[in-house]
Design a protein around this ligand. Structure first.
Ligand code: HEC
Ligand code: HEC
Ligand code: HEC
Ligand code: HEC
Length: 493
């Protein structure tokens, strides 16, 4: 099936070294005798030396072909910006209470990193300048030189602090390369702190091709003070984790430690909650098949490409599906169609379980809402059950967020994604049954099918009055969810 077994992968790595030398920017470019300063932020300056890479980097602003990806549509040539809350209606209920529950779009190219944050409902950037952590290349410098003035400034004010010419610049050459040698590097303090937390100090060449991406595509929290105000730069919840084993269990233990990690209040339950953002690195590196085979993020998202005589790494970083599976075919002998089917097979299964886990958690949230509306009786045994129900509920919720916020719909690590979702369902259902027990003991009858009242969370969101878009919803690919929720979620159940 696979051409490159482990030994052949290293052959591929060697090949990439050859590629690097053969397309190495050095020969023609150095003729222009421009030396790029290691502190050069302006990609156009780098572009004078490396024009082909620069052009492909600029292409992240172009819409991608539509119809190729199933679960990661977004800014394709249909020009629709897809709404994740319409795709997964349960998420509108779970995230109700802060920005993610108002406007939450599918990602698009790196060019739009800062632009999208300026355009989105500003409740999403309420923490302030700290939100620029994985967006602007200036984040490290500004955090070091201006500290809290920058980190806690209202978001648009923080953007205005940046040098005018580069205010809207997203992931730039300086984030991934040292100018003098063009070696790969990282440029984010939170990532470097994370690496020292897990005791990782040296990286193979393949590993650098992953960490250049992981520095932004990892999870972190915005630390808060007692009043839930921003208390510093973003931090990774990686206590007790290791390289290759940053597990959801460890992440949850970390996030449930104290109020510094409680970033928002979930409206339906009233619980202060932590959150998990884009954990691509964590899911992928937790012993996925490709990670174990020493495959890197860049192998799949930056395939080698030819432009005339020059061979280079495609800097138009996007979904491999929207790139016609070119990356996969570098290693796999199967056809692009076969490989695409494999991706969909994995994603359909993950999505079906995600829907199950998401609704199970949403139903539990509604039972907490019901219970919180009753007067507190001070019943001791109720309180014990309640404490367990609350703890299990949070563990379910964070697992649902982990897989929802991870952007591959399970592909990066199918077996792990399935395991995490299975556990989410178990925690949510145990919590639900405890809540039913408490409610029944209080004389409240809970119907078999709980009304989620989704309309109230899905419609008229934020200043833009965003509405549920029925045609964007992902229905369960195996139609199992209809056993558990009365009507389809579309009708607001
Ligand atoms: C400086 C931070 C940063 C770095 C470094 C970075 N990314 Fe991103 N990436 C982002 C942000 C932010 C977005 C979302 C942009 C948006 O939606 O506006 C994104 C979006 C993406 C997308 C979606 C693109 C699309 O067309 O929808 C892919 C794929 C991706 N990144 C992969 C990678 C890979 C692979 C690497 C390493 C080679 C990498 N990223 C490095 C911040 C980064
Ligand atoms: C073996 C190949 C492979 C590797 C390795 C890989 N990815 Fe992916 N990635 C994919 C596929 C396939 C998808 C699903 C794309 C889709 O559904 O359109 C994806 C999706 C994504 C997306 C969402 C794309 C979008 O258009 O919204 C991001 C972001 C991303 N990967 C980042 C990363 C990062 C960061 C790493 C390393 C930590 C990584 N990937 C490693 C194959 C890979
Ligand atoms: C998100 C990270 C990222 C950004 C941003 C980025 N690069 Fe790269 N670049 C890579 C990776 C990964 C490689 C592969 C390097 C390797 O395997 O050693 C690479 C390789 C290169 C190479 C070596 C030749 C090749 O194509 O493999 C050049 C030259 C280069 N990049 C120039 C640039 C320039 C110029 C910019 C800005 C316009 C830029 N890069 C932005 C990640 C990035
Ligand atoms: C750098 C080489 C490389 C790239 C690029 C690559 N793969 Fe793989 N892939 C492997 C290796 C090695 C294995 C493990 C196979 C083995 O050892 O039998 C594997 C395994 C797989 C499997 C089987 C997984 C399992 O759970 O058993 C699938 C499916 C797959 N790859 C699909 C893809 C797709 C789709 C892409 C592109 C998005 C891709 N691969 C990109 C090398 C690669």
């Amino acid at each position: 099936m696979i051409i490159f077994k482990t030994s052949k992968i290293s052959a591929l790595t060697m090949l990439s070294v050859i590629v690097l030398f053969s397309c190495a920017p050095k020969e023609p470019e150095k003729v222009q005798s421009i030396t790029i300063d290691n502190n050069e932020y302006d990609p156009a300056v780098w572009g004078q030396v490396y024009p082909v890479n620069y052009q492909s980097w600029q292409s992240t602003q172009d819409p991608k072909p539509s119809g190729l990806s199933k679960y990661r549509r977004g800014w394709d040539d249909d020009r629709v910006v897809y709404d994740r809350l319409s795709e997964f209606p349960f998420a509108a209920l779970l995230y109700h209470g802060w920005g993610f529950g108002i406007e939450y779009n599918e990602p698009r190219g790196h060019h739009y990193a800062v632009i999208d944050q300026i355009e989105i409902d500003q409740s999403r950037t309420s923490p302030g300048g700290v939100c620029l952590a994985c967006k602007t290349p200036f984040h490290k410098e500004y955090t070091e030189t201006r500290g809290m003035d920058y980190l806690s400034a209202p978001f648009l004010k923080a953007v205005e602090m940046l040098p005018e010419k580069h205010r809207e610049l997203g992931a730039a050459c300086i984030d991934c390369h040292l100018a003098q040698t063009m070696e790969l590097r990282t440029h984010k303090d939170h990532f470097e702190k994370g690496m020292s937390m897990i005791g990782k100090t040296e990286f193979s060449h393949q590993e650098t091709r992953t960490i250049a991406c992981a520095q932004c595509h990892m999870t972190y929290y915005v630390p808060r003070d007692e009043n839930r105000k921003v208390a510093g730069d973003v931090r990774p919840p990686w206590t007790h984790s290791q390289w290759g084993a940053i597990t959801i269990e460890n992440i949850i233990e970390d996030l449930l430690t104290d109020y510094q990690r409680e970033e928002w209040v979930q409206k339906v339950t009233g619980f202060p909650m932590p959150y998990i953002r884009h954990p691509e690195f964590e899911l992928f590196s937790n012993q996925s098949v490709h990670w174990m085979a020493d495959v890197s993020c860049a192998d799949c998202h930056m395939p080698y490409t030819r432009s005339g005589a020059v061979k280079y790494s495609d800097h138009n970083v996007t979904s491999p599906l929207k790139n016609k599976m070119r990356a996969c075919i570098q290693c796999h002998t199967e056809s692009a169609d076969w490989l695409q089917d494999q991706v969909f097979t994995i994603q359909d299964r993950t999505t079906s379980l995600l829907i199950r886990a998401g609704y199970a958690t949403a139903i539990t949230a509604k039972l907490f809402e019901k219970l919180h509306q009753l007067p507190n009786t001070g019943n001791q045994s109720d309180e014990e059950l309640y404490a367990i129900a609350k703890d299990y509920y949070k563990r379910a919720f964070l697992r649902v967020v982990f897989i929802s916020a991870e952007n591959s719909a399970g592909f990066h690590n199918p077996t792990e994604a399935t395991r995490v979702l299975g556990d989410a369902i178990a925690f949510a259902q145990k919590s639900e049954s405890l809540l039913r027990q408490i409610l029944t003991s209080r004389g409240i009858e809970v119907p078999v099918f709980v009304d989620l009242e989704l309309d109230q969370y899905l419609n008229l969101r934020g200043d833009k009055k965003l509405m549920f878009m029925e045609d964007q919803e992902f229905s369960d690919p195996f139609d199992i969810q209809s056993f558990f929720t009365l009507k389809t979620s579309k009708q607001g159940m």
